[in-house]
Design a protein around this ligand. Sequence first.
Ligand code: F6R
Length: 252
Amino acid sequence: MRLIEAADYQDMSRKAAAFIEAAIAEKPDLILGLATGGTVTGTYEQLIRDFRSGKVTFQRAASFNLDEYEGMQKEDRNSYHYYMEENFFKHVDFQKGKNHLPDGMAQDMEEACREYDRLMEEYGGIDLQLLGIGENGHIGFNEPGTAFETKTHLVRLTPSTKAANARYFNSAEEVPDRAVTMGIASILKSRQILLLASGMKKADILQKLADEEVTEDIPATVLKQHSNVVIIADKDALSKLTKEQKKVLGHD
Ligand code: F6R
């Protein structure tokens, strides 16, 4: 793991965008794994600014998102399809049909999950996976206790995740009970992983990530088994870590 310390959310977002842009410069047909949520919106904003100023193009790139709520229409304002369209895709120049998300409306969910995994393989796998981290250590919607072997699958969201995501809905009851997510095995297959964390709310989980052995109880700890993980975290998210704990996460 390599840990890059950022001053604040803006700085984290700028550094993350620069990281992604460097990867595209090296491989214009990059296959990106993408996330939703509050952590990554600043990164998308920066990528959009850099696209507008001609610093980056997504013409030859493609993307696969981590997750989507079950039973949610693509047009629903709370769907991740809508989030991605509004916050990123419609502002940049991906070719039509190159942005993939799990289908929360699939009739046969099992089959749709296998198809998503098959499609990722057909594209040659993900080159760079962008990740946020849940306060309980989830990555994608892989909640504590998820087997590391899982590929794309349907999950039941924990009360803490529903509570954390309730800010986007009118009330916590409106947050769907289930979601489709790439599994831990799908995430680990990515050639490189970029994990972002910002704010005091992520300080405890980053501390645990440094301290704990790899355990299914804290899904993000599995990243310690991957050979190419970069973490960009801001000062607040790192505020509870000692120098030694930062070293464990790859700070020099
Ligand atoms: C979103 C996702 C989640 C989030 C995590 C952090 O696609 O997969 O794992 O990355 O819940 O969410 P925020 O960034 O809102 O704190």
